[in-house]
Design a protein. Structure first.
Lengths: 157, 125
């Protein structure tokens, strides 16, 4: 199969991802791309706790993810790739041409950000980065759960 | 030792409902504080947790054994002394907890897990 979902979500592995998306996609592995988490055993143990034992969790830095992406895309199982912020998504897409789409699943309020959707808060700079990503041919939509509408990037940035 | 505070950390309004149920059953108020992750990123949830715990020892009762409620609670516990974390919160464990808050957090957490687990069973038809 392939990586069925590329998702930007500042909560990384949580219920919406594991259950909300993982169940309908019948996902067998989750790739968490984050330079900080990939260097911390403690953080990795924490994120593994939220995942049933039959789902493999792979932790990777952006650099390592770019290197291994072709293998994950060729995997016979269905996988989900997660990043925690827009900068990581942009960095990964710049290194890996296999990245053709990103789902903005949860970017929450922080100083300087304003509400674009109920689950998406962005600074103007972050909004511009998402539009640039789309302009480079990556399909960018916002959708928190599979039953919701995928909102095109032009509608929320 | 001062009485432990219990902080329930949940998705949506589960925590608020549990606090209301405990008060309705026991009449005890102020022992439990609800925290919802609704609309929260990591930073905002950490701030809500910090405000709910305040000073002193506490047990954090988390709804699921994974996800943003747990990751934020575990990080908080790692950074602060006298904080214990229990997952799989249910009403039975909270009812036991509010009557046993004069013990250390780790002991209260173990006790809560026992009480909560005993409440989960298949009843006779």
């Amino acid at each position: 199969m392939t990586l069925a979902l590329y998702r930007i979500d500042d909560r990384l592995i949580h219920g919406q991802v594991v259950i909300g998306w993982g169940q309908p996609l019948d996902s067998s592995f989750i790739v968490l791309v984050d330079d900080e988490v990939s260097g911390s055993d403690w953080e990795q143990d924490l994120y593994r706790m939220g995942v049933p034992p039959h789902i493999e969790v792979i932790f990777a830095s952006v650099e390592k993810a770019a290197e291994l992406l072709p293998a994950w895309e060729a995997d016979s199982r269905v996988g989900i790739l997660l990043v925690g912020d827009i900068d990581t998504a942009v960095a990964l897409a710049a290194r890996a041409p296999q990245v053709r789409r990103f789902n903005v699943g949860g970017v929450h309020h922080r100083t300087g950000r304003r509400e674009r959707l109920r689950f998406v808060y962005l600074t103007d700079e972050e909004a511009a980065k998402l539009r640039q990503l789309a302009a480079r041919g990556v399909e960018v939509t916002a959708q928190d759960v599979p039953t919701a509408r995928a909102v095109p990037v032009g509608e929320f940035t | 030792m001062s009485d432990l505070r219990g902080v329930i950390v949940s998705h949506a309004a589960v925590a608020q409902a549990l606090v209301a149920a405990v008060t309705a059953i026991t009449g005890i108020e102020g022992a439990l504080t609800p925290v919802s992750n609704e609309g929260c990123g990591t930073d905002a949830l950490a701030e809500r947790l910090s405000q709910a715990v305040g000073q002193g020892p506490a047990v954090l009762f988390v709804d699921l054994p994974g996800g943003s409620c747990l990751t934020s609670s575990a990080r908080y516990a790692k950074q602060h002394a006298d904080i214990a974390v229990v997952t799989g919160v249910n009403l039975a464990m909270l009812l036991d907890f509010v009557f046993h808050r004069d013990i250390p957090p780790a002991e209260a957490a173990r006790r809560a897990v026992d009480a909560g687990a005993k409440a989960i069973r298949v009843t006779a038809a």
